[in-house]
Design a protein around this ligand. Structure first.
Ligand code: NAD
Ligand code: SER
Length: 315
């Protein structure tokens, strides 16, 4: 793992994971790529490649030009946007993924990482302490693409030895880059509305309980799995990872401890139906035993940290 190409590096997770990679592996070893230009100059000291993940030739040129041996593909259409444009979700999430897999095999890459999601689960899944191995019948196109992605990673690992790795991220909470069209986005938006207006109208219902994770844990988990010894990994792209679980009501209550006048009301939309069939919590014992996963952030310290960071941003 000497040269890492991060595709989708300017998104919610990429913008912080890439910064962590720069610190850990050296800026000169991280190639930043996205379909959008790096106009915000998030990564002024990295080589930047404008790449559409559905265009295999541009990915291959970057791999060859920079001697890339590891690809982390974060380019995706998330759950809510995917329901509005399922064809686009399929194209980017599956055809993009297949491009990365094919190039990984062709160029004998050291490893390839593509995240999965709690969206792989659905109405037939056990929704509390959801096992890693269970029935996967998602009812969103996003979830369908994530199940197929996991299966493709597993298939090509067995057939070709391609070292494919992935985590089923829960909803990720962060304060550097806004989330990009998911069902769990409320758990980020709420902090901005709390700080700016002391009130928030939530698009989920008060009791929609979902697993969540603060970005520092997301980055640690991703690095830990990326660096893990392959011989210790019993799975490829489908590791459950948990950190905290809460409903909008519980999150609002925690925010109220810091902002006593904060209020929340509810206007559930189609995203409530997506959340209804996602787990409330996941069994991440495989991640714990295979690569030492252990979360460090809970709802209390996450809320305190988020409020401080968002206050500073909004000043
Ligand atoms: P995001 O939407 O914030 O970022 C995606 C990035 O990909 C953006 O910078 C976008 O410009 C880029 N992109 C979009 N289409 C592209 C294309 N055709 N070619 C190249 N780049 C393209 O997403 P994120 O939240 O950072 O998610 C990263 C990964 O993690 C995705 O696979 C997502 O499914 C997964 N995930 C995220 C969460 C979460 O809560 N954020 C939860 C579970 C899984
Ligand atoms: N945060 C993501 C979404 O809501 C979960 O994969 O789409």
């Amino acid at each position: 793992m000497k040269k890492i190409l991060v595709i989708g590096a300017l998104g919610q997770i990429g913008s912080e994971l890439t910064a962590a990679f720069n610190t850990r592996y050296g800026t000169g070893n991280i190639i930043v790529a996205d379909i959008n230009d790096d106009t915000n100059r998030l990564f002024p000291n990295n080589v930047f490649e404008k790449i559409d993940v559905t265009d295999m030739a541009t990915i291959e040129q970057a791999i060859v030009r920079h001697g890339v041996d590891t690809v982390v593909n974060l380019a995706a259409i998330l759950s809510a946007t995917g329901e509005k444009n399922p064809d686009l979700a399929w194209d980017i999430n599956i055809n993009g993924l297949l491009n990365v897999i094919r190039l990984g095999i062709k160029h004998r890459l050291d490893r390839v990482m593509v995240p999965s999601s709690i969206a792989v689960f659905g109405p037939q899944s056990v929704l509390y302490n959801t096992p890693q191995e269970t029935v996967l019948t998602p009812n969103t196109m996003y979830g369908v693409t994530k199940v197929v992605g996991e299966l493709l990673g597993d298939y090509y690992f067995k057939k070709t030895g391609l070292d494919f790795r992935g985590i089923r991220y829960p909803g990720i909470i962060s304060n550097k880059t806004m989330p990009g069209g998911g069902t769990t986005d409320y758990a980020v938006e709420i902090f901005y509305e709390a700080v700016k207006n002391n009130r928030y109208t939530c698009f989920l219902s008060s009791e929609s309980c979902l697993p969540m994770m603060y970005m520092p844990d997301c980055v640690r988990a991703t690095v830990a799995l990326l660096e893990a010894d392959r011989s210790r990994l019993r799975h490829c792209g489908n590791y459950n990872v948990g950190a905290m679980s809460f409903t909008p009501e519980v999150l609002a209550g925690e925010i109220k401890k810091h902002l006593p006048d904060f209020t929340i009301d509810y206007q559930p939309d189609f995203r409530r139906e997506i959340a209804r069939y996602w787990p409330a919590s996941v069994d991440d014992s495989a991640a714990r035993s295979d690569w030492g996963w252990q979360p460090e952030w809970n709802i209390e310290n996450m809320v305190a940290d988020m409020l401080q960071a968002v206050r500073e941003k909004c000043r």
